[in-house]
Design a protein around this ligand. Structure first.
Ligand code: PLP
Length: 473
């Protein structure tokens, strides 16, 4: 049993390691120089029969795990959506692990339950959401989105919860998305028995936003053909280009047809904490559900995704089952979070969110978001100012999509060229950049969102990209 001095020594070593790591995460390669199987080969095939001292385990952590880690905390991690963990939140995670509550019922953790309620009200206020909306924390936007869509299915009143979908005459259920919508919606359609063929991709305009006219036309045609619209998913900040679907117009169509509107603002929604970007969430007050991810752009470590609901009772109707074994003294006025999704036991995620909100304050978060957005705008200008480079999509937030496009090259050559540049930059270990396809064109995609990213880091990545491009001219 690790108690007393031994535990203190172990934790002291862990704390020292974390402190050193956060002081200089840039001393590691962003992408480790390892091949698949290297980590496995360094580890024994079977679990140890006898316990080992923590010191030896930590030695192996430093020797085997750290060098084979992709360092998301590195200031030159620019891939996907760049994220990073605030040290205060890391401390909160250690405390949450120490408490190790399973917050399924209020009774099984009054503090975890009520801290979640309070932080959800705080976040709702910061985002300017309606005061009667309820926030609930899930692990990821994928699961929060699935939960919202399960509620949308329940709201159809087709008795699917009890009778299921097979062996009876039900209309095909339809979900409306675009080609830019995140793939978790399709997974939800699989899991909810809707079927991938009923996920309808509405065309986008030239700025990669859902076209409301095409949405209205499609829904009307589907209804006329005897189908039943289940949900529209609008995205505020698409994964590829961070485009923003026109939520007010989409909401009007959803209202006209009585369709559930889910807004996926996993990355960009957090930016609505900035008064000047509050407009990003215009129209969401008419939606039924909205997802934002503090683990993406609010410096809360993975995992922490928030689902805001206009009417949380529908989620409870979709999921609430009270097994006899969890019943303790019923608390009629308390929230029991096991009623809000698939999970019974839940982690104490509100603790790290509470720590970040208090440690930075709303102004501290705003300052950091503004700095990321400003850096992205600067990068876009550098790209525009450089001959043979072009920006490929609007960049309202902290992601820029662009490419090297020397004159006279066809699309196939440009794709090969830019893919080679990205690969070469990533192979240096000095930066990690990902790519996307925009209207079929290969784009270098650079995302800024890390607490430690400075202007010099973005300059460094831009220099590497230009240097690799020059080598290939
Ligand atoms: N929605 C959008 C718009 C995203 O960009 C992402 C991930 O990048 C997700 C959902 C999925 O997020 P999570 O990893 O929390 O499931």
């Amino acid at each position: 049993m690790d108690t007393g001095d031994a535990l203190r020594d172990d934790l002291t070593r862990v704390a020292a390691w974390i402190e050193g790591y956060y002081e200089h995460p840039e001393r590691y390669r962003v992408l480790p120089d390892v091949e698949p199987g290297d980590v496995t080969a360094a580890l024994p095939p079977d679990a140890p029969e006898l316990g080992e001292p923590l010191e030896r385990i930590l030695d192996d952590f430093e020797r085997i795990v750290v060098p084979a880690t992709t360092h998301w905390n590195h200031p030159r991690f620019f891939a996907y959506f760049a994220t990073s963990a605030a040290p205060a939140a890391v401390a909160a995670e250690a405390l949450a692990a120490a408490l190790d509550v399973k917050a399924m019922l209020w009774r099984t953790s009054p503090a975890a339950t009520e801290l979640e309620e309070v932080t959800m009200r705080w976040l709702r206020g910061l985002l300017g959401l309606p005061r009667d909306w309820t926030g609930v924390i899930y692990d990821t936007a994928s699961i929060a989105g699935f939960t919202a869509l399960a509620a949308a299915r329940e709201a159809l009143d087709l008795d699917i919860r009890d009778a299921g979908m097979a062996g009876r005459a039900l209309p095909p259920l339809r979900m409306y998305v675009t080609g830019e919508t995140h793939s978790h919606v399709e997974k939800a359609a699989i899991a909810l028995g809707v079927g991938r063929n009923h996920v309808v991709r509405i065309p986008c305009d030239e700025a990669f936003r859902m076209r409301p006219d095409a949405l209205a036309y499609r829904i009307e045609a589907d209804v006329a053909a005897g189908m039943r619209p289940l949900a529209i998913v609008a995205t505020v900040g698409t994964t590829s280009t961070t485009s923003v679907d026109p939520v007010p117009q989409i909401a009007a169509i959803a209202r006209r047809h009585g369709v559930w509107l889910h807004v996926d603002a996993a990355y960009a929604g957090i930016a609505a904490i900035l008064p000047e970007l509050r407009g990003l969430l215009a129209g969401v007050e008419h939606a039924h559900s909205l997802v934002v991810n503090p683990h993406k752009w609010m410096f809360v470590p993975m995992d922490c995704s928030v689902l805001f609901l206009r009417n949380e009772a529908v989620v409870r109707r979709a999921f609430s089952i009270v097994p006899e074994f969890v019943l303790t003294t019923p608390e009629p006025d308390a929230v029991n979070y096991m009623d809000y999704g698939l999970q019974l036991g839940r982690r104490f995620r509100a603790l790290k969110l509470w720590f970040v909100l208090r440690r930075f304050g709303a102004e501290g978060i705003r300052e950091r978001l503004r700095s990321h957005i400003a850096l992205a705008q600067e990068l876009a200008q550098w790209v525009r100012d450089e001959p043979d480079w072009e920006v490929l999509a609007p960049h309202p937030l902290s992601v820029v999509c662009f490419r090297f496009a020397p004159r006279g090259s066809d699309e196939a050559r440009l794709e090969a060229l830019n893919a080679a540049i990205v690969q070469a930059v990533n192979a240096t270990g000095e930066a990690f950049i990902s790519h996307t396809k925009i209207a079929g064109r290969y784009a270098i995609r650079l995302a800024i969102g890390n607490l430690r990213t400075m202007r010099s880091d973005v300059e460094h990545a831009w220099r590497l990209l230009k240097s690799e491009a020059r080598k290939r001219l």
